[in-house]
Ligand binder design. Structure first.
Ligand code: F3S
Length: 391
């Protein structure tokens, strides 16, 4: 890999230990993936924020980097393991909260914006077509590549932090035109109604194609929330960091000759696979984090009702603040449902607290089962509210 004089100086430690370490990470990755050079990034989104995932070893690494490391480009965080303000309301222990605060303060010392969300595009970190970025949350990576037309690989926490501290990333993978070309055309021959249909579609395509990039036809009418649901699901079940949605994605690409069709039978089968025959004791909405529009709908559905089981609505703090201005948050809280800002039910330390989680997110089903050992019920929002308020 060819480095500029400035990059070599950073690698030689002339701009501090953290920048040197960050450059070492980027160069190592670049060499593994045969990048020719480093490229500038416009923004960074860093995952690996929850203390539940980081532990003390992760916290120590961050503290070491924060000794003299400073972000050179706008950088935001993925959800933390708790609501940074109302953590007690979510049943988080004081010991965990203390460690989690240390993690977030450490990122803040490095100049990282501590908006902890997997929907950075709802809180001002919204790249445009062709922008080079280094994001790490898989659903946001897929959304940035596929819907916004920006360019990012699926970074790990350390490589995203390294990009923030240098303003660079290695130029390989989805930064290159040829790697962004779709290889299979997917024709969606099913009427897609709500975000659970899009989540199920992501599971069907992801299960079949793995990390191959599809060009999907039939998504022209999809809303932002439906697309974010699809992005989260396809990246979870298949591992791909992008797809093309014909009529939606800004990039022009050639249609691949290889084809597959997804019909309503496969969508229904995927939904069935996400449903266990259990009564939910936990209702979880907002994976990826809710949009303002979704909060309005939830407030309307909960109006005049009381929840009878633990119910979390996960959201970015800034979106929550916008909703507060409209009285939406007060309405949701009146029902007894909890607003989980800065966090979500996957990265929070809640394993063992519940048996069965009801959710409208295919991604949450996957991680609820894999990480938290929950049984799951996969259902549309209206049904979730019915479950939450069941006597
Ligand atoms: Fe976001 Fe948590 Fe889902 S980080 S995409 S709400 S698993």
């Amino acid at each position: 890999m060819v480095l500029t004089e400035e990059e070599k100086a950073i690698l030689d430690g002339e701009e501090g230990r953290a920048a040197k370490k960050a450059m070492e990470i980027l160069v190592a990755l670049g060499e593994i993936y045969e990048a020719e050079r480093l490229i500038r990034v416009r923004s960074v989104q860093i995952a690996g924020v929850s203390y539940d995932n980081l532990g003390d070893a992760g916290l120590s690494f961050l503290q070491e980097m924060a000794a003299d490391g400073r972000a050179r480009v706008p950088a935001t965080l993925n959800p933390a393991g708790m609501d940074l303000v109302d953590w007690q309301d979510l049943g988080i222990s004081e010991a965990f909260a203390e460690k989690q605060q240390q993690v977030v303060e450490t990122f803040a010392r490095m100049g990282v914006v501590t908006s902890c969300t997997c929907t950075p595009y709802f809180v001002g970190n919204e790249p445009g077509p062709g922008d080079t970025i280094a994001w790490s949350e898989s659903s946001a990576v897929c959304y940035a590549n596929s819907v916004l037309g920006a360019r990012t690989n699926r970074e790990g926490g350390p490589s995203a932090l390294a990009a923030a501290l240098t303003g660079k990333t290695a130029g390989y993978g989805f930064h290159l035109d040829e790697k962004r070309q779709p290889v299979v055309t997917v024709d969606v021959c099913a009427a897609l109604g709500d975000i659970t249909d899009y989540g199920a579609l992501g599971k069907v395509v992801g299960d079949k194609l793995g990390n191959r990039v599809p060009s999907i036809r039939g998504l022209e009418q999809a809303t932002t929330d439906e697309l974010k649901s699809l992005c989260a699901s396809i990246a979870t079940y298949g591992g791909t960091a992008m797809f093309h949605a014909v009529g939606v994605s800004p990039e022009k690409v050639k249609e691949p000759g290889e084809r597959m069709t997804v019909g309503s039978g496969e969508i229904e089968q995927a939904k069935k696979e996400m449903i266990d025959d259990e009564e939910a004791d936990f209702v979880a909405v907002g994976c990826p984090h809710c949009s303002l529009e979704e909060l309005r709908t939830i407030a309307g559905l909960l109006d005049g009702k009381r929840v009878s089981r633990e119910t979390w609505i996960a959201v970015a703090r800034q979106v929550k603040e916008s909703a507060e201005g409209e009285g939406i948050i007060a309405k949701i809280r009146e029902s007894g449902a909890k607003i989980a800002a800065d966090t979500c039910f996957v990265v929070a330390p809640i394993r063992g607290r519940f048996n069965c989680m009801a959710t409208n997110s295919a991604k949450a089903v996957f991680y609820g089962r894999a990480k938290n050992r929950f049984r799951t019920v996969f259902a549309p929002l209206e049904k979730l509210i019915e479950i939450a308020t069941r006597p």
